[in-house]
Write a protein that binds this ligand. Structure first.
Ligand SMILES: [Zn+2]
Length: 130
């Protein structure tokens, strides 16, 4: 088993070289090792190790493609992927103008069920109870 900083490097390398698609799997299952090769670290999943079977979109519409990974390798890959997506989203948001940020916020929160505006029936009902 690899220690954590090494595992992170292996996961980052797997992302850089796109050993797996760069999104979370459509479906995944866990189970005992079957001797398959880990798509992230490249070694076989053997012995008492647990493995994840990961299903992603395939090349053809409606098709799927499967990968296998050690559980700790998958965890490191997922954390690295999330960190990259967050960094890219933050960079994209920071590159927006003030008007674009306001428009993005308006679109994100427009019609949100949790939003209560003054004059809403629920807000009026609250006032009447006092
Ligand atoms: Zn592995």
């Amino acid at each position: 088993m690899l220690d954590d900083p090494k595992l992170r490097d292996v996961a980052n390398e797997a992302i850089e070289s796109r050993k797996l698609p760069l999104y979370r799997p459509l479906r995944m299952w866990g189970g005992p090792a079957t001797g398959e090769q880990c798509s992230i670290c490249g070694t076989r999943i053997m012995g008492a190790a647990l493995q994840f079977d990961l299903e992603f979109h395939g090349d053809q519409p409606g098709s799927t493609i499967s990968y296998h990974a050690h559980v700790p390798c998958y965890g490191a890959w997922e954390r690295s992927l999330d960190a990259r997506i967050l960094a890219e989203s933050t960079a994209a948001l920071e590159s927006l103008t003030a008007e674009e940020k306001a428009e993005t916020q308006r679109l994100l929160f427009a019609g949100s069920p949790g939003t209560i505006r003054s004059g809403d029936a629920s807000a009026s009902a609250g006032r009447k109870r006092r």
